[in-house]
Design a protein around this ligand. Structure first.
Ligand code: SRM
Ligand code: SF4
Length: 583
């Protein structure tokens, strides 16, 4: 029997029912890739180029690997008639952002060996290596495997990057929700053995719970139409921005006892300038289910998108468009028919913030957790601050775990009362307890990577936002508002990797030095912002913010958030839904 005939029946009555030639070319590539193998082995062996073939770049995303080139060197290399400085970004699969000190040390070692001595903590709680050269890819992945980590489905048209709240106050609840997030990730990743064959010389992936049959039991041959993201959140902290997830799972608990989840569907940030048919969208909460049903719901939701997502137009292929076009009643009926029971009515919950709580907090089990601010998630040593070395030293003595937050920060988690003084001394010695000296604006700021590695960046983000924050801090201080938390996020293009469309102040790159300027997002991630000014540079941004912040200082209601104020004061209209974003 061939691999194909063993696959479970996939409902192909929708877009996928069309001949492959009528679908987006990526569909044929996936179909004919022999379960994501393509010609990756041959591309890796090709000695005369630092790159892989264009088809293999697409397939390697499913293995968590992106081909890039150093854009700072692009012009110079073109002048010298050299091929671009090809290099690879490798993204680790780290559900819920939790890693052991041993894993941290290995990641640190691999970044020193192959990744330009820098690491990036992402907005979805994992690590990215940048600058890895083709001959070092296997070493990197094998190194990760030594500490039971992999990069499967960290990118690609699959279910990837499962997020989970880090709420350290609620220890038992966090442990249970995190465990479910981790197991969901293992359950929904593609089960092809291509990863083991190509990167691990056929070894079994240590971190995977499941056996790995040759064909994929959930996705068939063509996987999903587009990326698909799960996030678990523990109210009252909406740190993962649950409404920006394709599938959001909102923990419903009695005290620390997890009962089940409210399900949110159809969130996403990606947007394309001047294409009003694309828009960011917040997820809809469609109902509640008990925790025992989690895996059934997760798999059924993924298969609904597998069968109904648009496989012709990739700009319209995210789950948010499936939900927007077909409606939540349709989704609920389809889900019930697949899992065999209807969702219950959503249970009450409340969010009060989407940021991190810095400094020491004690969990309900008596263990201590320290959250430190890491600007834009970048870990490297500089002459002023040996951050990377400091974190390595910390990992060498720490016995608990390290948790990456959805705001690109780091928690030294599960420190016992006895160990706390020593860890606190180390944090102080390396200046890692410095979040107390950082402004509320900076603590609530976030930027995507952008230049020089991201091939889609149109403007700086990570390398520029800190400078802009310093200038806005001065304006806030002039009005006595330095302690008011305001979310400010920037991305180098409209794809929205730092979730800028739910920030109170958002910027997305249009061209070098030019940004679309958004206002009015909800402080808890509950409302999209709206375009305020298009394609403006720093001078205009500061002039406008100067005016609006002065008005805010004068007319602010007690504890009113900046995002709410700009709507009340008429600077922008509140966005009521995805389609309304562009109206
Ligand atoms: Fe993203 C593409 C970086 C979170 C929406 N994203 C990319 C690529 C891979 C560029 C590319 O396709 O060539 C970027 C690599 C840059 C680099 O040099 O490292 C990139 N995205 C990132 C990260 C590293 C940003 C960061 O600074 O932390 C985040 C990695 C997350 C992870 O660990 O998995 C990252 N990306 C996000 C988020 C935020 C989230 O998921 O919570 C979003 C918005 C939510 C969403 O998915 O709608 C996001 N990235 C995109 C999109 C737009 C997708 C769309 O629906 O249109 C793209 C472009 C694409 O897929 O075509 C993209
Ligand atoms: Fe690159 Fe754009 Fe994502 Fe920033 S938002 S990392 S520029 S794709």
């Amino acid at each position: 029997m061939s691999a194909e005939t063993k696959l479970p029946a996939i409902d192909r009555s929708h877009d996928i029912s069309q001949p492959l030639e009528k679908l987006h070319p990526n569909e044929r590539l996936k179909d004919q890739s022999n379960y994501l193998r393509g010609t990756i082995e041959q591309s890796l062996a090709a000695p005369l180029t630092g790159s892989v073939t264009s088809d293999d770049t697409k397939l390697m995303k499913f293995h968590g690997i992106y081909q890039q080139d150093d854009r700072d060197l692009r012009e110079e290399r073109r002048r010298q008639k050299l091929e671009p400085a090809y290099q690879f970004m490798v993204r680790v699969r780290l559900a819920g952002g939790v890693c052991s000190p041993r894993q941290w040390l290995k990641i640190d070692e691999l970044s020193e060996l192959y990744g330009g001595a820098t690491l990036r903590m992402t907005t979805r709680q994992t690590f990215q290596f940048h600058g890895i050269l083709k001959p070092n890819l296997r070493n990197t992945i094998q190194g990760l495997n030594e500490v039971l980590l992999d990069t499967i489905a960290a990118c690609g048209d699959d279910t990837r990057g499962v997020m989970c709240s880090v709420n350290p106050h609620l220890s038992a609840l966090h442990a249970e929700v995190y465990d479910l997030a981790r197991r969901t990730s293992n359950r929904v990743i593609p089960k092809t053995r291509a990863y083991h064959e190509i990167w691990l010389n056929g070894e079994k992936v240590a971190a995977s719970d499941a056996d790995t049959p040759p064909e994929d039991p959930i996705y068939g041959r063509t996987y999903l139409p587009r990326k698909f993201k799960f996030g678990f959140v523990i109210p009252p902290v909406n740190d993962i921005d649950v409404y920006a997830q394709d599938v959001g799972l909102i923990a419903i608990a009695e005290g620390e006892k997890l009962l089940g989840f409210n399900l949110s569907v159809g969130g996403g940030m990606g947007n394309t300038d001047n294409a009003p048919e694309t828009f960011p969208r917040l997820g809809d909460v469609v109902g509640y289910f008990p925790k025992e049903k989690l895996f059934d719901i997760a798999v059924a939701t993924a298969t609904i998108q597998r069968d109904y997502g648009d496989r012709v137009d990739r700009m319209h292929a995210r789950f948010k468009y499936t939900i927007e076009d077909r409606g939540t009643d349709w989704f609920k009926a389809e889900l019930a028919s697949r899992v065999g029971f209807p969702l219950e009515e959503a249970r009450p919950f409340e969010f009060t913030s989407n940021g991190d709580t810095y400094g020491w907090v004690q969990g309900s089990d008596g263990m201590w957790h320290f959250t430190m601010f890491i600007e834009n998630g970048r870990i490297r040593n500089t002459p002023q601050r040996p951050l990377k070395t400091a974190l390595r030293e910390l990992a060498l003595v720490h016995k608990g775990e390290l948790r990456l937050t959805p705001n690109q920060n780091l928690i030294v988690a599960n420190v016992s009362e006895a160990e706390k003084p020593h860890i606190a001394d180390m944090l102080a010695a390396y200046g890692l307890d410095s979040s107390i000296h950082v402004s509320a604006l900076r603590l609530n700021s976030m930027a995507c990577v952008a230049l020089p590695t991201c091939g889609l960046a149109m403007a700086e983000s990570e390398r520029y936002l800190p400078t802009l924050v310093t200038k806005v801090e001065r304006i806030l201080a002039d009005h006595g508002l330095q302690d008011v938390p305001i979310t400010m996020r920037m991305t180098g293009c409209p794809n929205g990797c730092a979730r800028p469309y739910i920030a109170e102040i958002g910027f997305t790159g249009r061209a070098p030095g030019k940004y679309n300027f958004y206002l009015g997002g909800g402080f808890h991630g509950q409302r999209l912002n709206r375009l305020y000014l298009e394609n403006v540079g720093e001078a205009r941004i500061l002039e406008e913010l100067g005016k609006i912040i002065a008005h805010f200082a004068k007319d602010r209601h007690d504890k009113e958030h900046f995002g709410d104020f700009v709507i009340r004061a008429g600077y922008v209209r509140a966005v009521t839904g995805g389609n309304d974003f562009n109206s």
